[in-house]
Each structure stands twice: as structure tokens, then as C-alpha cells.
Design a protein around this ligand. Structure first.
Ligand code: NAP
Length: 287
């Protein structure tokens, strides 16, 4: 962000409700500053009942691009002009590009996750078996990215098993080469852990230091990698357990940075300096 806002300043932002906790302004403005762009990135608190008006306002005000967070990621689709395949596959939008009033929705969450899995865990989805926990919005983006990149098998564990089946039904039609299984937490999750390459927590469990009492790592291969999308707290009980078992593990900070880098690229045509967003986040995310 340049020190002086002028008539030529490009405005970017994030819409959500609430949005004050968002770390995106911090990392996006750090990247804007590092690249010496005449731009600024600001948070906009938009209540669900105001979403349509807000989107039209952003369009008409010439806001060049914006991120979308909870609870608008799905509802916004109806107010956009078109969807990039990434958003179509995920059924959710987290990034919008405004090209002279034409709004295109993208989803960078899935590729942000893949970027982090590769950088932080050396994990590539091709031919892999992934056991994932959760079947909400983040899980859907993850399934889309894993299927698109050749995952062999995905096991979805979710408290509400109906949602796990819904997710698997959506994707098994479009990705017949990925095998899906669904499992409720009280149904013998352990057997799936023996053949898993990655355990991926896409649920909110752990944000308040909750653990997964049904997960038993006895006899599980030391090659298992564990990724928790949660980044605050920095070490969830799941990650502490992974450390105790000598598994490679990572929290979701790299995913947050990864989706932000890809959004920045959509808006500006180039990536921000390597590692800058993650470093910016890490400096304030020590829980
Ligand atoms: P969501 O759509 O609300 O889904 C929440 C999921 O967590 C559902 O599967 C839900 O199960 C499960 N869950 C919630 N409370 C539970 C409990 N007490 N016991 C068992 N399961 C529970 O949320 P989301 O958008 O998918 O986000 C999920 C997590 O991912 C959040 O922690 C979010 O911060 C994180 N996330 C991180 C990034 C990143 O960049 N690192 C990006 C996106 C999301 P039911 O279906 O049974 O309700």
C-alpha cells in the first residue's frame, strides 16, 4: 500500500460477516506494498441480507477485486456474471475479479491447499488415499482440488453422515476414477487410517482445542502426513497427537497464504514475492 491514496488508487477488499478477524488485509497489503502497487485492500462487513446490494455496489464502485468469506461463499454465486471452473467445481467462490463491471468468481481455496500440502508436507494428491474429516464448505473445496489432481481414494468422516454422502455423491459422478467412502466417527475409522497417505482435518474441530477421541494411531504407518486447515491455535490437539506419533504435520497457515497469493495473481497478473504472505501471517499468528 502506498502512503498516499489518490484518485488512481485501485481498491481491493474482502466481504464477510463478521470480517474484523480476517487476516487477508494484512497479507494482501503487505504484498501490495512489497510490489509498490498503487492499490489498497480493505475489509467490508456485509450482512447476509445485504449481499446482493453490496455486490452491485462493489461492481459499480469499480472495486477491482475482492475475496469472499463466511457466510457468503455459496450465496454470492447467483449475483456474479460467470464462474471460473475452479469455483464451478468447488460450488463456492472466495475470489472475485471485476473487469469493467463484469464479475467472475474463482475459488483459490482448493489450489491454496494443494500449494501448502506440496510446500509444507511434500504431499502430491496423485494416486493418494486421503482420509478427511468434515463435509462443509472447506471440505468441498478440498475434495474438488484432490479429485482434479488424481487422488485415488477419499474417505470422508463427518459428524452428520448425510452431508458426507452428499459430498461424495456430487463428486463421484464427475470423477469416476476417485473411489469414495463415507464413515461416521463411531463407525470404525481406524481401519481407514492404515492405508491413508494423508489425514486432512477440514472441520472446525480443534479451533477451541477439541480433540478427536475416535482417532487411534496405534500401528499406523509413520509415513502418514497430517494436515489441519485450522491455523489458530497454531497447534491443535490433532497436530500435537501427530507430533507425538512422529508424523509429518502442518497447520492451515500455508493454505491461507496460498489462497491469498493465487487471488493476488488473478487481480494483478503475477504472484507476490515468494513466501511473503506466509511470513506476514506467521508473524502475528503465534497463538
Ligand atoms: P463449515 O462449512 O461450517 O463446516 C464445518 C464442518 O465442521 C462440518 O463438517 C461440521 O460437521 C464440522 N463440525 C463443526 N463442529 C463440530 C463438532 N463439534 N463436532 C464434529 N464436527 C463438527 O466450515 P468450513 O468453511 O468448512 O470451515 C471448516 C474449518 O476449516 C474451519 O476451522 C475453518 O477455519 C477452516 N478453514 C481454513 C482455511 C485456511 O485457509 N486455512 C480455509 C477455509 C476453512 P457437521 O456437518 O456435522 O455440522
Amino acid at each position: 500500500m502506498l502512503d498516499i491514496i489518490s484518485g488512481k488508487t485501485n481498491i481491493y477488499g474482502i466481504i464477510g460477516h463478521p470480517v474484523t478477524h480476517s487476516l487477508s488485509p494484512l497479507m494482501q497489503n503487505a504484498a501490495i506494498k512489497a510490489c509498490q502497487l498503487e492499490s489498497v485492500y480493505v475489509p467490508f462487513d456485509v450482512k447476509p441480507e445485504n449481499l446482493q446490494d453490496a455486490v452491485n455496489g462493489l461492481r459499480c464502485l469499480g472495486i477491482r477485486g475482492f475475496n469472499v468469506t463466511i457466510p457468503h461463499k455459496t450465496d454470492i454465486i447467483q449475483y456474479l456474471d460467470c464462474l471460473d471452473p475452479s469455483a464451478d467445481a468447488a460450488g463456492a467462490v472466495n475470489t472475485v475479479l471485476n473487469s469493467n463491471g463484469h464479475l467472475t468468481g474463482f475459488n483459490t481455496d482448493g489450489n491454496g491447499l494443494l500449494k501448502s500440502l506440496a510446500e509444507d508436507l511434500d504431499f502430491i494428491p496423485e494416486n493418494s488415499t486421503v482420509v478427511m474429516i468434515g463435509a462443509g464448505g472447506a471440505a468441498r473445496g478440498a475434495v474438488a482440488a484432490l479429485c482434479c489432481n488424481g487422488a485415488k481414494k477419499i474417505v470422508i468422516i463427518n459428524r452428520t453422515i448425510k452431508k458426507a454422502h452428499e459430498l461424495s455423491n456430487i463428486f463421484s459422478k464427475n470423477y469416476p476414477s476417485t473411489v469414495f467412502e463415507c464413515c461416521s466417527p463411531d463407525e470404525g475409522v481406524t481401519e481407514f487410517m492404515f492405508s491413508a497417505d494423508l489425514l486432512l482435518n477440514c472441520s472446525s474441530v480443534g479451533m477451541k482445542n477439541e480433540s478427536f477421541p475416535y482417532l487411534d494411531f496405534t500401528g499406523v504407518s509413520k509415513d502418514l502426513k497430517v494436515y489441519d486447515m485450522i491455523y489458530s491455535p497454531q497447534f491443535t490437539p490433532l497436530l500435537i497427537e501427530a507430533a507425538k506419533n512422529n508424523f509429518r504435520f502442518s497447520n492451515g497457515l500455508g493454505m491461507l497464504a496460498g489462497q491469498g497469493e493465487l487471488a493476488f495473481e488473478i487481480w494483478n497478473g503475477f504472484l507476490p514475492p515468494l513466501g511473503l504472505m506466509k511470513k506476514t501471517l506467521a508473524s502475528i499468528c503465534i497463538a
